[in-house]
Design a binder for this molecule. Structure first.
Ligand code: HDE
Length: 693
């Protein structure tokens, strides 16, 4: 319908009010909106027209500038690790590595180095969900005094492949299939498992991928690993190998698969929101940095090759030495400018560090710089605020797209004598590669020491608790059940036979195979190793409510004192408490006061919480017993192995859900017992709630 608003004599006049009116509504004290050339804009509501009903004039440079800029808002998303979230913080060194390295960031105890850390999923696009079964990227940019050091790792200490040449194949296999454009962010499809079945070196990583490591509860509860061996180099040029590990102070915690799947629907931003809320609340997540140090001679004794990224070094063999901590304490101001534009490159190293010959790492050293050129479109991407070193930097590289510096003087080369302040090489402080001797014939070869594909896969499997083993077997059954091609399913089980016969049997049984498929051909014998409990999740979970979230479901008439006591007890133990009610405005509790809700029941299922309490009036329980969202609230909390506190009304809802109490179900009047129970999960309950392989 044509607006009958008052005529527009040069100023805004439409049904939404004049520009001045909108300005007054918004507070009236805003700075003037301008074009990108600094010209103040008088009307940001209407394009320039002839008459009230158009046409619009091409000369409207304000419209054209705004729309053109909008059209160019997106940059190519990362080909892998597209979906991510990040935070600022610092790294503080607590133990010096001065014997091994000259790097100041690793020798100046107490020094706080600013960091920017980005967590990501690998397979999905930027708009995919936070909780698919997937490896998580764990990339840390340390702005050291000697330049930027990017430790671009994952939350798993090994990788799928041994040689960078196979990376595009791996990624093409896992991403959406090219003809149909799905599935998004999932390994559970034919092309991925086809590639895996023909790539036995991936089986160790597959064991990790099928464990609950790939369905973390929170980014704050994940480990991080540099994966490859690097070198530390001291003043004498001697080098020591090093593996880097980040260890979360909150301990490890994962979801169960059913929970991860439901989270994808309930809150696609679950991990992002969790990190945001923790930082906003001042609950800054923290990780210890640990190193495993070893010499070339020690490495020669390992029953595997440490240059093979499909292998880890058990902590029993080379213990972890904690040397510092990372705290993430500041949320970025702008997602695009920081999280999206941050450009990590494993080739960003500082003096005192060096690379190893790991062929996967060597390929990465090329790939990331190249990808940044493509994503950010300019060799000057290092000048973006998030990427720029925080120490002085200068050289003779010039010009290029989006040069933002204005270099002075006539010298843009080296050596030079015309300009005293022209940057010059610095033999004393400059980066030096470790003087390592290399020899050998040229050839497209794979070392014989890389041939053992199953021993560490087996080590990982036998190191898990029975609960975790059951999750792994079930994950394999789930994934392979989505694979339509029978010979691919069989080939994968054929590999599992080298990992563990019982695992292979469980998976074969879960797929209803008549008999066990033939074992794959192994290129090296499987070495039996001693279990390494450090590889578990359950063994590394902390019995704590620190950093966790408790949800309390209430309704009109809920007993106010019980709700208050549960909240207080949970909060004193370090948890965040969130109130869930049928209406977001809250519920009128027994004393008559309204308790405002943090979430409305239909949109806030118990999946959001680590433990729940249900405190309901008899009438409320009756109503909610008919409500699927309420019944699912308790049924899911129970099925996801969480502690549940119930008063009489809560118990009525629990009964309506057809559940039976166990030791994880606590009387709501005993807040202390609830808090104690809420610190863990009840894995023993699992056999009663789902069929595991
Ligand atoms: Fe990456 N990887 N990768 N990767 N990777 C990228 O760089 C690549 C590998 C990792 O939050 C890309 O900026 C190759 C291992 C993380 O921005 C790209 C190979 C590990 C991130 C790339 C690997 C990683 C990336 C895509 C095999 C764990 C996200 C966009 C040789 C140690 C960083 C980008 C962020 C991102 C290439 C293998 C971790 C294409 C060629 C092993 C955490 O350059």
């Amino acid at each position: 319908m044509v607006s009958k608003a008052k005529s527009a004599k040069g100023t805004s006049a439409d049904t939404r009010g004049t520009g001045d009116e909108l300005h007054q509504q918004a507070g009236g004290s805003h700075p003037a909106l301008t074009t990108n050339q600094g010209v103040p804009v008088s009307d940001d509501q209407n394009s320039l027209k002839v008459g009230e009903r158009g046409p619009v004039l091409l000369e409207d440079f304000i419209l054209r500038e705004k729309i053109t800029h909008f059209d160019h808002e997106r940059i190519p998303e990362r080909i892998v690790h597209a979906r991510g979230t990040a935070a600022h913080g610092f790294f503080e060194l607590t133990a010096s590595l001065s014997k091994y390295t000259t790097a100041k960031v690793l020798t100046e105890v107490g020094e706080k180095t600013p960091v920017f850390t980005r967590f990501s999923t690998v397979a999905g696009g930027a708009g995919s969900v936070d909780t698919p079964r997937d490896v998580r990227g764990f990339a840390v940019k340390l702005y050291t005094k000697e330049g930027n050091w990017d430790l671009v790792g994952n939350n798993i200490p090994v990788f799928f492949i041994q040689d960078a040449l196979k990376f595009p194949d791996l990624v093409h296999a896992v991403k959406m299939e090219p003809d149909r454009g799905f599935p998004q962010a999932a390994t559970a499809h034919d092309t991925f498992w086809d590639f895996i079945s023909l790539t036995p070196e991936s089986i160790h990583m597959i064991m990790w991928a099928m464990s609950d490591r790939t369905i973390p509860r929170s980014l704050r509860m994940m480990e991080g690993f540099g994966v490859h061996s690097f070198r530390l180099v001291n003043a004498k040029g001697q080098s020591t190998f090093v593996k880097f590990h980040w260890r979360p102070r909150l301990g490890l915690q994962s979801t169960v698969w059913d929970e991860a799947v439901k989270l994808a629907g309930a809150d696609p931003d679950f991990h992002r929101r969790d990190l945001f809320e923790a930082i906003q609340a001042g609950n800054y997540p923290e990780w210890d940095l640990g190193v495993q140090l070893f010499t070339e001679d020690q490495a020669a004794q390992f029953p595997f090759d440490h240059l093979d990224a499909t292998k880890l070094i058990p902590e029993e063999l080379v213990p972890l030495k904690i040397i510092g901590r990372m705290v993430l304490d500041r949320w970025p101001d702008n997602f695009f400018a920081e999280t999206e534009q941050v450009a990590f490159c494993p080739s960003h190293l500082v003096p005192g560090l060096d690379f190893s010959n790991d062929p996967l790492l060597q390929g990465r050293l090329f790939s990331y710089l190249d990808t940044q050129l493509s994503r950010l479109g300019s060799p000057n991407f290092h000048q973006l605020p998030i990427n720029a070193p925080k120490c002085p930097f200068a050289n003779h590289q010039r010009d290029g797209h989006m040069q933002q510096q204005v270099p002075k003087g006539r010298v843009a080369y080296e050596p030079s004598s015309l300009q005293k302040d022209a940057p010059y090489e610095d033999a004393r402080r400059g980066f030096r590669s470790a003087p390592v001797e290399e020899a050998g014939g040229r050839g497209r070869v794979r070392a014989e020491t890389f041939a053992d594909h199953y021993s560490q896969a087996r080590l990982f499997y036998i190191s898990q608790t029975p609960f975790e083993q059951a999750h792994m077997a079930s994950a394999l059954v789930f994934e392979l059940s989505k694979v339509e091609t029978e010979h691919v399913r069989e080939a994968v089980v054929g590999h599992l036979r080298h990992v563990d016969e019982d695992l292979a049997r469980r998976v074969a049984n879960g797929l209803a195979m008549d008999k066990l498929p033939a074992a794959a051909k192994a290129r090296a014998p499987v070495i039996e190793m001693k279990a390494s409990p450090a590889l578990q999740i359950i063994g590394k979970m902390k019995r704590t409510l620190q950093g966790r979230v408790v949800g309390i479901l209430v309704n009109d008439g809920s007993h106010a004192k019980t709700v208050a006591a549960l909240s207080k007890a949970a909060e004193s133990a370090g948890a965040t408490v969130k109130i869930v009610a049928p209406k977001v405005g809250g519920a009128k509790l027994s004393g008559g006061k309204t308790l405002v809700a943090d979430g409305q029941l239909a949109g806030t299922p118990s999946i959001n919480f680590d433990a729940v309490a249900v405190v309901l009036s008899a009438e409320g329980a009756g109503q909610l017993g008919k409500e699927a969202a309420a019944v699912d609230f308790v049924r899911d909390a129970f099925g996801h192995l969480k502690a549940i506190a119930l008063d009489d009304g809560g118990k009525a809802l629990f009964d309506a859900a057809g559940l039976e109490t166990d030791k994880g179900v606590i009387t709501a009047s005993d807040a202390a017992a609830f808090v104690e129970a809420a610190k863990g999960r009840f894995f023993e309950r699992e056999a009663g709630v789902r069929t595991l392989a």
